[in-house]
Ligand binder design. Structure first.
Ligand SMILES: *[C@@H]1O[C@H](CO)[C@@H](O)[C@H](O)[C@H]1NC(C)=O
Ligand SMILES: *[C@@H]1O[C@H](CO)[C@@H](O)[C@H](O)[C@H]1NC(C)=O
Ligand SMILES: *[C@@H]1O[C@H](CO)[C@@H](O)[C@H](O)[C@H]1NC(C)=O
Ligand SMILES: *[C@@H]1O[C@H](CO)[C@@H](O)[C@H](O)[C@H]1NC(C)=O
Length: 433
């Protein structure tokens, strides 16, 4: 292929600047190989052991289940494959694979019977029992989340610019439209929020943080009723491995705050955040810049207040937008936005913020990423499947930056279908296996 030398060059460049995958995957690597960077066999084997332990205990308590036989590693992989298939076909229930309807899929349905799948679903566990020292509500998946985090940290170096945000986990709008009010209210009451630190040039999610809304938080965050205070704790947790790396972190109004940014600066983490006098913790910021007494009135104009490296910028474009940053010089010009009404100058900090956040928003569309649509009732299971969805997204990003991509060039959907088939044993994983 003629483009190959260029591809090589680009990949070498990634390694040179230290961005992207930390290890070279062979060109023959399969979708499964990339997924298993984050969910390796030892993690799956542990799910097998824990599920079997849970099923045993359950039957000791509630009577034996004649239809149950211990789950195997092969079946556990197939079980994951079925769940993951809902992220490609966007079907509301995984069981529709075995139906005769629109989402039925004979070729994959034959691998396991629906009743066997439902049995595994009934007993599925990552941690079967609470140990005596566990105090927090996520103990049922904490070891899994820790191992996932380890995989994210060791497999990928994010770019310098990253965004802290709460990715959308909302329903498909079509589904919402057909949902009853009551059903919708029940679904809205999700008992956790999930935050991420995401590389703004690749979309790779480097760190996740799960906050349980009620009770049982090991972090004591549930006692913080104050939102900015909570979000500042979340931000610190998301950046706990980021010190000394010269990162630039973009934040939304609920996280942006002077005390937080100053604390980050001591760790050589620089920030650029949108500020809202209503939603942000405005401790230490000059009131004259926050109330509307001194805002510029023409589009493209701005006022600046500085303290050390920190600047507060109030930029006017159909209304005042306030930014707090120590990552960009406030006097450095960015793009000039061209409108019919004229040219609107924009400080570099504002341009950078818009560019990095809009990238994430574009990426954060349900149909441009994997999102397992199975909706379990239990919070730990909701978090688990969401975390698996993130792992597949990360796997695809690593794949696209590897030589394997230049051999097969799978689209997102094709990569997902390959992964499902490999998990179901319908396709050999990689030749090296
Ligand atoms: C805004 O803040 C300035 C400086 O503290 C103050 O003089 C002014 O009265 C305030 N304006 C409003 C509308 O609150
Ligand atoms: C401003 O940032 C530089 C590094 O970019 C640092 O050396 C310096 O101490 C900072 N100044 C203040 C006042 O924080
Ligand atoms: C969730 O709970 C409802 C009612 O308790 C039950 O009908 C439904 O099957 C459960 N869903 C799952 C996926 O377990
Ligand atoms: C069934 O699922 C597999 C794996 O995702 C996919 O490759 C295949 O195209 C699907 N078949 C139909 C008829 O949807």
């Amino acid at each position: 292929e003629a483009a190959f030398p260029l591809v090589e060059l680009v990949l070498t460049l990634f390694f040179f600047v230290g961005l992207g995958p930390t290890r070279k995957m062979p060109p023959s690597s399969s979708a499964m190989d990339f997924f298993q960077l984050f969910v390796p066999d030892n993690v799956l084997k542990n799910m097998v052991v824990q599920t079997n332990m849970y099923a045993k205990k359950y039957q000791e308590r509630f009577g034996s289940d004649g239809a149950w036989a211990e789950v195997t590693l092969t079946e556990m992989k197939a079980f994951l494959g079925y769940m993951i298939s809902t992220s490609i076909y966007h079907c509301e229930s995984v069981l529709s694979i075995w139906s005769s309807g629109f989402y039925s899929n004979k070729s994959i349905a034959l691998v396991m019977s629906q009743s066997r799948f439902e049995k595994i679903l009934k007993y599925f566990h990552v941690v079967a029992f609470r140990s005596s020292q566990t105090t927090h509500g996520l103990y049922k998946i904490q070891p899994f989340l820790d191992s996932l985090q380890y995989g994210f940290d060791s497999a990928f170096r994010p770019s310098q610019t990253q965004v802290l945000h709460e990715p959308l986990i909302d329903e498909d709008p079509v589904f919402i439209a057909t949902c009853t009010e009551r059903e919708l209210r029940k679904r809205k009451k999700r008992k956790f929020s999930l935050w991420v630190r995401q590389c703004s040039s690749t979309g790779f999610i480097s760190q996740i943080y799960v906050h349980l809304k009620e009770g049982g938080g090991a972090d004591g965050l549930d006692t913080l009723k104050n939102k900015p205070q909570l979000h500042s704790m979340v931000a610190k947790s998301l950046c706990r491995n980021a010190a000394g790396k010269n990162y630039i972190i973009f934040t939304g109004p609920s996280i942006t705050s002077l005390p937080l940014f100053e604390e980050f600066e001591k760790q050589e983490i620089y920030c650029c955040g949108l500020l809202s006098s209503r939603k942000s913790d405005c401790t230490g910021l000059p009131l004259s810049m926050l109330n509307n007494s001194d805002v510029p009135q023409a589009r493209g104009q701005y006022r600046i207040k500085m303290k050390g490296n920190m600047s507060l910028i109030c930029w006017y474009n159909k209304g005042p937008f306030r930014f707090l940053t120590n990552a960009y010089s406030p006097v450095q010009q960015g793009v000039i936005i061209k409108r019919k009404s004229g040219e609107i100058p924009c400080p570099l900090a504002v341009e950078a913020f818009a560019a990095h956040l809009s990238y994430i928003c574009k990426y954060d569309d349900k149909y441009s990423k994997y999102f397992i649509s199975h909706k379990p009732n239990k919070t730990w299971q909701q978090v688990f499947w969401f975390a698996i969805s993130i792992a597949i997204n990360n796997a695809y990003i690593v794949y696209k930056m590897s030589e394997a991509y230049h051999v097969k060039r799978y689209s997102r959907a094709q990569f997902g279908e390959r992964l499902i088939k490999e998990l179901l044993g319908l396709e050999d994983a990689s030749p090296s296996h």
